[in-house]
Ligand binder design. Sequence first.
Ligand SMILES: Cc1cc2nc3c(=O)[nH]c(=O)nc-3n(C[C@H](O)[C@H](O)[C@H](O)COP(=O)(O)OP(=O)(O)OC[C@H]3O[C@@H](n4cnc5c(N)ncnc54)[C@H](O)[C@@H]3O)c2cc1C
Length: 484
Amino acid sequence: MADILIVGAGPVGLTMAAELARYGVPVRIVDRAAQATQTSKALVVWSRTLELMDRMGCTPAFLDAGLRAHAAAMRSGTTLLGRARFDDIRSPYNFALMLPQRDTERLLSLHLRSLGVEVERQVELAAFAEGPDGVEARLRHPDGREERVHAPWLIGCDGAHSAVRHGLGFEFRGSAQEDDWLLADIRFEGRDRPAPDEVSIFLHRDGPLVAFPMPGGRARVVATVGKADPGGARPDPSLSDVQALVDRRCGGDMRVADPAWLSRFRINERKVARYGRGRVFLAGDAAHVHSPAGGQGMNTGMQDAFNLAWKLAMVVRGQGAAALLDSYSPERSAVGDMVLRNATRLTDIATLSAPAAQAARNVALRLLLSLHTVQDRLANMMGEVEIGYAGSPLSVGHGAGARVVPEHYGGSAPGSGGTPRFLLFTDDVRRGTAVAARYPQLLDAPRKAVGPDRLLAVRPDGYIGLSAPPGDWDALEAYLRRLA
Ligand SMILES: Cc1cc2nc3c(=O)[nH]c(=O)nc-3n(C[C@H](O)[C@H](O)[C@H](O)COP(=O)(O)OP(=O)(O)OC[C@H]3O[C@@H](n4cnc5c(N)ncnc54)[C@H](O)[C@@H]3O)c2cc1C
């Protein structure tokens, strides 16, 4: 079996490579950069990503390295408007795991190495041509040498400026926001410094300032600093710029010290309409970029990888029909649209500039965040546990597409082993065993239903594929015939 070629070893490419390798699919992963990310970039690993990592078998290392944040508090100056408590997220991981992206990449690389795969660094995808049975790719090595490879599948995890997306000729539709943002990884000192285990959002008439706790007693500050200059980038901020913003927007006794990273960024909101064509796929920032509000970018990308990996593994291993792959783009593009909408909405609310609108917003937030249902909804949205695939071609029956709550597994999560298979939940285990014997490539040994009284076929990524009345074995057979 020839290697699947993965371009880009950011968090998304590493997840993709590790998942395919875990399923015994040979991969090659290349990255043009000499080394992995050295900065903190994406800071939050959310609940649903951690649940999916359980299947990879590497969650404990992440939990050990990260810091657990339990809430996001919104303030106007020193006045608390309200809190969204992550403790309410319906997941065993009911917190935001704060972990700098360099550590996420380091831990994913170690996990990948444990599966026998090394990232090939300073190797750049120069071009590729699509064919009926794969792609012909040109890889450029650091000594200038060009290598031609045939790969049965090409996966572009090569970030916002993706060469794979350009090669496909796909439009990255969207726009750049007008605001310029400051980013600072610092230490807070002083009596009123933000709590070390929650995200602190300060809404101010000049714009928002957000402080994220980080492991090791540090914090990340991001804040708007005015309209971006179309004529060129501003210089990186200094520590005193950060202190001036903190003084003005947060109030109280709060000092910043010991900067590790001072930078600026602009927010781009862009997405492709399709996540691939033929034997070429896109995942992560190559397919969607958006505001960091809500910290969803990396998480959404890693979940693209989880979604594609089991489908591709089943097809490559001859366990399932190629039609499985047709569900990747509609499922993940719908999620990308939703994440983009939510991130834009959050950013727009936080950056309202008219004083009357700001005052109305603060009153509304105070009221809404006092309601448990609103807090609960917000926390579960951020934790990404509400994501589902109801409209997917793979979802059949009432409630199909929903995530199966981990306590309903009644054992290890589906998809935890080295073979991707659907898991059947039924009250009639004897009959389920007979069906599983006829579709050994698709189905694991059935489990007694713990949750709703339905006949369920749960996908390797823990979402319900088929949901049928308890005795409707014909529906199950029809579903399996379609996937076989
Ligand atoms: C300041 C900042 C804060 C952020 N905060 C958050 C957050 O809190 N939560 C969150 O979820 N997200 C956050 N993000 C977004 C997050 O960093 C990205 O979504 C994430 O890095 C995307 O991962 P990726 O693997 O898709 O792409 P990348 O991390 O961009 O990796 C792409 C890789 O592809 C390689 N590459 C590119 N072209 C080629 C080529 N032709 N050949 C070979 N290799 C190539 C690059 O060298 C790179 O290593 C933040 C981003 C920034 C900048």
